[in-house]
Design a protein around this ligand. Sequence first.
Ligand code: NAD
Length: 337
Amino acid sequence: MINTLVIGAGTMGSVHADAYQKLENVNLVGIVDADFARASTLAEKAGTKAFHSYEEAVAGLDVIDAVSICLPTPLHKEFLIKAADDGKHVICEKPLARTLTDAREMISYCQEKRVKLFVGHVVRFFPEYVKAKKLVDADKIGSPAVVRTSRGGAFPNASNDWYADFQTSGGLVLDLIIHDFDYLRWCFGDVERVYAKSSKGRVTEKTEYALVTLRFKSGVIAHVEGTWAHQSFATKFEFAGKEGIIEYDSAKISPVVSSRKQSGGAGGVAVPESPLKESPYLTELKHFIYCIQTDEKPIVSAEDAYKAMEISMAALESIETGKPVVLNDKKVKEAIQ
Ligand SMILES: NC(=O)c1ccc[n+]([C@@H]2O[C@H](COP(=O)([O-])OP(=O)(O)OC[C@H]3O[C@@H](n4cnc5c(N)ncnc54)[C@H](O)[C@@H]3O)[C@@H](O)[C@H]2O)c1
């Protein structure tokens, strides 16, 4: 049995608490939130205890094996250090941190304290995205050439409106399309060059739009679109290879379609997928708990989370300078404020 403590009772804290309630090998021992009313409401719903602070939870609970950090991004580091100091494993929401320096320190700190660190790059657990990677790996579309992804919806609502402060959230390039950066690295390997444009600084309302072009070392080119200017949330992708194409649109009823060129003519084979059976967040947290119990390597590592942040930071730098950024540890600015 793994005893988990959820820190932050907002949107993601509720998602983690809900998943832990459903897992038989997990005991959700408490919820922490500086806003105690929020902690209490979620704790009541989840049938567990509420705490004002991490310290109060540690003092009041017999055992905590792992914490879920579901706080605004710049607070991840402070709470990761507290938990690692106490020997607790850490499951941290993405992005790992607001700056690359913080992210590197967090990874090193967990290694030093010999606690495991998992980062919630949940797209690797969405069945449609997993299926598309399997199709690519199985050479169903031939050598991949050009990829497009799209993700977004309305501007996010949160405690203290923290997404609206770019210095806190990093905007949609760090907060939202980092999901696609991580997923695409998983599929196509490391990125070489990043070029990006966004509405940052041009729009005063709570809307944001960005288009990021990635060139992978493998030669694949990706166009990654992110928006906080639409009404409802949707994600899409299109992978074009030398022999075929894979398309997905979450707004459609049968979203995944794979078609392969027929020899000597047009046409293709459509492979529709069934809708989701289990929440990908539940699948992800189940996997992280399994890795804690078995010492298995996770599907997404803390180093992967760092690499995804590096792409976000390169995109932010490109937006700022108007120039492409070559991905190289020394060149990417550690923080765009
Ligand atoms: N994986 C995903 O799909 C996904 C989706 C949304 C958000 N996120 C990430 O999850 C994290 C949390 O985002 P959210 O939307 O849930 O935020 P939120 O504002 O809904 O929740 C944050 C909670 O933290 C609490 N809090 C703030 N400061 C605190 C402190 N010092 N001590 C204790 N509690 C404190 C707030 O009261 C609030 O309840 C962010 O890093 C965000 O980027 C991930």
